[in-house]
Structures are given as C-alpha cells and as structure tokens.
Design a protein around this ligand. Structure first.
Ligand code: FMN
Length: 199
C-alpha cells in the first residue's frame, strides 16, 4: 500500500486487501504471456463448488486483433481508458455441466468464478500489476469476438496491466484515480438474525 492510500481498516487484516484497487491508468504495453499466466495460476487454486472449477478465461494481448475485437465490445466509458491495458481477459463461467449424459445447471458457478477473479486480482497486485473488472460491455459483441460457448456466460471483462500514474485520462477519470472507501461492517453484518432495514 502506497503512502497515498486513504483506506483505513477497522479490524486488523493483511495489507494486500487494502492495497488492491482498480486503476484506469495503464502503460499501454502488451503484458508478457508469463505474467498473465502467473495471475491465472493464482485463479486456478480458488475454491469451487464440488471442485468444479467452472471459470473459463479468454486472454487477449494488447496489439492483437483479438484484443481489438474485445475492446470494441466495451462500453464507451471503458473504451476510453481500457485500450492501454496490457491484456483484456474475458472472464466467463459455465452455466451448466454434463453429468452422466445429463445437463445440470451449475448454480454456484458465478460465485466460484468470483472467487477465482479475486485471486487473480490479488496476484496481479503482488506482481506490480493491476486488474480492473468491467461489467460495462456488450455481451453479444464480446461473445461473438471470443466465440463464446453455448453453455457459458461472460461475467466480466478484466483489464490487466501495469498501472501508470502518468497515463492520459480525462479530468473526470483522473479525479477518481485513487483507492475508494467501503461501507462499515455494521451496514451489512448481523449477529444471529437478519435485521437489515428494507432497501
Ligand atoms: C463485476 C464488476 C463490474 C465492474 N464494472 C466496471 C466497469 O464497467 N467500469 C469500471 O470502470 N469499473 C468497473 N468495476 C470496478 C468497480 O467500480 C470497483 O471494483 C469498485 O468501485 C471498488 O473499487 P476498487 O476495485 O478500486 O477497490 C467493476 C467491478 C466489478 C467487480
């Protein structure tokens, strides 16, 4: 965690949870495949329902037609900065699996894929990289770009790369280029019973 990180935990935790954040300023250099593989290796060891490992990743490196095709499917607000990511990863999860010839829905696959993505993000941080998840994309465009399988969904597109504090950003995005805060535990944890106020 750099000296500029304003995050303060209310209970003692490992610093990696505070130092990981999602910048938009990247250096524009394609990532070496080995660096991407290290991040994916961390995701590999994530827990999953029945060890089903239902996450699927398509990796595209900056400078390739595949990268361009995925980038083109991003929302405008993401395209303006994500073109400088070293790689765009399309994080998918299986919606069903074949068990003894029968197709069964995989109810926990998004939860499992979420765990894998978090491992990837923390590993990226440890490598001096950053991972920024994006839900802002057109599913049909990105799905067509990667040839999405029939029994899978795209959970998000991940911009992975080396952060660059000098990267050109609009004034509005520059303003947000710092770790943000979180709700207090008291807002979302209860002992024994659900006593959350209605939303
Ligand atoms: C599933 C998901 C979708 C997101 N979609 C976008 C997005 O489309 N564009 C964007 O700039 N950030 C996106 N984010 C980043 C979140 O805004 C960010 O993770 C959140 O504000 C917490 O900040 P931090 O990751 O820096 O700690 C997304 C994050 C997740 C997990």
């Amino acid at each position: 965690m750099g000296p500029m990180n304003p995050r303060t935990p209310t209970h003692a935790i490992e610093p990696q949870f505070l130092s990981r954040w999602s910048p938009r300023g990247f250096d524009g250099q394609p990532l070496p495949e080995s660096e991407v593989l290290r991040c994916l290796e961390a995701a590999r060891w994530a827990p999953s329902s029945g060890n089903s490992q239902p996450w699927r990743y398509v990796v595209t490196l900056n400078g390739t037609p595949a990268f361009q095709a995925v980038w083109a499917g991003l929302a405008e607000g993401n395209r303006v900065w994500a073109h400088r990511a070293g790689a765009l990863l399309v994080a998918c999860s299986l919606t069903s699996s074949l068990k003894r010839g029968e197709r069964k829905p995989l109810g926990a696959s998004a939860f499992d894929a979420g765990a894998a993505w978090m491992s990837l993000a923390l590993q990226a941080q440890a490598q001096g990289l950053a991972a920024h998840a994006m839900g802002g994309f057109d599913a049909a465009t990105v799905g067509a770009a990667i040839g999405l399988g029939e029994h899978a969904r795209i959970d998000c597109v991940i911009a992975l790369g080396r952060p660059d504090p000098q990267a050109p950003l609009s004034a509005e995005l520059r303003e947000r280029e710092t770790p943000n805060d979180r709700l207090p535990l008291a807002d979302w944890v209860r002992l024994d019973r659900w006593t959350f106020p209605e939303a």
